[in-house]
Design a protein around this ligand. Structure first.
Ligand code: COA
Length: 371
């Protein structure tokens, strides 16, 4: 029997800086009333200059590892789902691996835009089910504020920064991830994109002058697509898990737009009380929105062990997907991990590795390299 991937730790990281709709109305031609009535968003968080996608991801991961009472050395796999990676390469996940001192972990980024966290959850669960990993950390992290044209009122009102993380652990007990669906339709690739900066359109003075390094979106078409696929993906994932919609205790949807969520819930005949919505305070944090919403629901006591949850999302690609999870909580352990201590250990370890590399190349050049 394949092991199940239980969610045993969770954490989030949110920048302190709040940007309200009233502040945005001083930057572009919009109003608080327009933004709230069309999206439900009232404010969002913006990363400070010294905060990056990797640093937010690290903080969220450390919080999640601490809830699971694990050591970073227990982690076999780190997946960072992000639409705003630290660099094209190296992977943001490798920077997180170094910051937390996960000495045994493989690490890679996953790009499926706002659906990325669901894809990553499924990939990590598959690694656990096949036995290739026993413990995985899945992170959604974003600094989208750096990819936004702050003069474009159709996009700058929507997005925010933040990170959320889950720890997944193998267990023979049937719970954890029960099913997942992942879908894509690249024919809609142009509806939501970051046109320049990749190999198709490398950054140049022209791309910068034309603003092609900013997020570009056809809002109305994305809206129509989103309401349709949120409903379909939820129905498919619930059916695949052998459950009915009435068996679901809580839906944790991608936090893009209140109206999209309400339409999907209405189609699914799920009452609003059985759904987590926090986009009014954070806006759309892309891959981070589902784990942040789940963390807040846990803090509020809305998720208990044994509950059956649906995570459902959509995004650029186009991509969409859903996952059904039976909640477990931390496995019993005797150790107590403190994020500050893990971070300190990881810094010392990283420094020693750099020193070692320095001495290695120093001696190599002196004694072995005859060129
Ligand atoms: N403030 C005031 N007016 C605005 C505005 C703003 N921030 N943004 C657009 N408008 C204007 C438009 O210019 C347009 O004016 P016009 O009729 O004179 O041309 C009018 O409002 C209607 O624009 P439209 O784009 O049709 O609005 P909408 O009701 O579709 O709402 C979105 C726009 C972006 C809020 C909505 O389409 C949406 O949420 N789409 C999904 C986007 C999303 O979730 N993206 C992320 C996916 S992961």
């Amino acid at each position: 029997m394949s092991p199940y991937a239980h969610i045993t730790g969770w954490g989030m990281a949110i920048p302190d800086r709040v940007l309200t709709n009233a502040e945005l109305a001083q930057m572009v031609d919009t109003t608080d009333e327009w933004i709230v009535s069309r999206t439900g968003i009232r404010e969002r968080r913006i990363a400070e200059d010294d905060q990056t996608t990797a640093s937010l991801a690290t903080e969220a991961a450390l919080n999640a590892i601490s809830v699971a009472n694990l050591s970073p050395m227990d982690i076999d796999l780190i997946i960072v789902a992000t639409s705003s990676p630290e660099h094209l390469f190296p992977a943001t996940a490798c920077l997180v691996q170094n910051s937390i001192g996960a000495t045994k972990a493989g690490a890679f980024d996953l790009l499926a835009a706002c659906t990325g966290f669901i894809y990553a959850l499924n990939m990590a669960s598959q690694a656990i089910a096949t036995g290739s990993a026993k413990t995985a950390v899945v992170i959604g992290s974003e600094t989208l504020s750096r990819l936004i044209d702050w003069q474009d009122r159709s996009t700058c009102i929507l997005f925010g920064d933040g990170a959320g993380a889950f720890v997944l652990q193998a267990s023979e007990e049937p719970a954890g991830l029960l099913s997942a669906v992942m879908r894509s339709d690249g024919s809609g690739a142009d509806l939501l994109s970051l046109p320049a900066g990749g190999s198709a359109l490398p950054t140049s003075i022209d791309t910068v002058n034309e603003g092609l390094h900013f997020i570009s979106m056809s809002g109305r078409e994305v809206y129509r697509f989103a309401t349709r696929v949120m409903t379909q993906a939820t129905e498919e994932a619930v059916k695949k898990a052998g459950l009915k919609i009435t068996d679901i205790d809580l839906v944790v949807p991608h936090q893009a737009n209140q109206r999209i969520i309400e339409t999907a819930l209405k189609n699914l005949k799920i009452p609003l009380e059985r759904c987590v919505i926090n986009l009014d305070r954070y806006g759309n944090t892309s891959t981070a929105s589902i784990p942040i919403a789940a963390c807040e629901a846990l803090q509020d006591g809305k998720i208990r062990p044994g509950d059956r949850l649906v995570f459902v999302g959509f995004g650029s690609g186009l991509t969409w997907g859903a996952a059904v999870v039976q909640w477990s909580g931390p496995f019993p352990t005797r150790i107590r991990m403190i994020p500050g201590i893990i971070r300190f250990y990881a810094r010392v370890r990283s420094l020693l590795l750099r020193l070692l590399r320095f001495f290695d190349s120093f001696f190599w050049d002196r004694f072995y390299n005859n060129d």
